[in-house]
Design a protein around this ligand. Structure first.
Ligand code: FDM
Ligand code: MG
Length: 241
């Protein structure tokens, strides 16, 4: 009898568990969303990405964070050494390595999205294009090509921070690109990229208090998860406007 009661209790519990999972996706074959954070240095991308993953998990979603460049792979180590100025690489070469560093993660990303996991990505192809296209003799069109066909984000959050607030958050480090001059050029490129209405860009005022920025991001992300769950995953820049 005791055993029987136990069984009933367990059945009840797993039904609740299934109900919860069903609501958030994976049992019905619903996919997770691809959410990207972009923005200038010190806009708070990494902090907000971490807070978002935690908040989504707390609300019962399956969510994971990733970042580009992913410095731990072999390609990522070449990139890391370049950014730390320990090595020099020809400009096209480093651009293609950044792109390759995304492509090498694509099978895992697709698998996770398919299984219902929402991915929160700290920098993506938009960083790739915004940064390289600021170099001499590079244009946006060429810079986009290597990333054409990557999984298309369901939401791109652009964290916009005013220069005074960014400065108050501390100085630049010693990595390549970490100068006011370069970063200002990068921002202009981001704004050009944001004109592409085939992508779901949302500009976030990241000069506000961390909690307010977080709430804004969380609300937009939950909506994106709902909207994406029964839509096929798109391909980035396949139909170049
Ligand atoms: N960066 C990042 C690029 O130039 N291309 C890319 O494709 C990506 C993803 O690398 F300066 C630049 C942007 C930034 C640096 O810095 C990575 P963080 O602090 O690890 O985000
Ligand atoms: Mg940096």
């Amino acid at each position: 009898m005791a055993q029987c009661a136990g069984t009933i209790k367990n059945v009840g519990r797993s039904a609740i568990h299934l109900g919860r999972r069903y609501r958030h996706g994976d049992m019905a074959g619903l996919r997770g969303a691809l959410i990207v954070l972009e923005g200038a240095d010190r806009a708070g991308k990494s902090t907000q990405a971490r807070l978002l993953v935690e908040a989504l998990k707390e609300r019962g979603y399956r969510a994971e964070g990733l970042r580009f460049p992913e410095r731990t792979t072999e390609i990522g180590q070449l990139i890391g050494s370049y950014l730390e100025k320990k090595s020099d690489l020809e400009d096209h070469t480093i651009h293609l390595l950044f792109s390759a560093n995304r492509w090498e993660q694509v099978p895992t990303m697709k698998e996770k999205l398919r299984s219902g996991i929402t991915l929160v990505v700290d920098r993506y192809a938009f960083s790739g294009v915004a940064f390289t296209s600021c170099k001499e003799n590079f244009d946006l069109h060429w810079c986009k090509q290597a990333d054409v066909g990557l999984p298309k984000p369901d939401l791109i959050l652009f964290l916009k921070v005013n220069p005074e607030v960014a400065a108050a958050r501390g100085g630049f480090g010693n990595e390549r690109y970490e100068t006011n001059y370069f970063q200002e050029k990068v921002l202009k490129r981001y704004f050009e990229l944001m004109e592409d209405k085939s992508l779901n860009w949302k500009v976030i005022d990241a000069s506000e208090k961390m909690e307010n920025v977080h709430k804004n991001i969380k609300d937009l992300s939950e909506k994106a998860i709902q909207d994406a769950k029964d839509q096929p995953l798109g391909k980035l820049w396949e139909e170049d406007p």
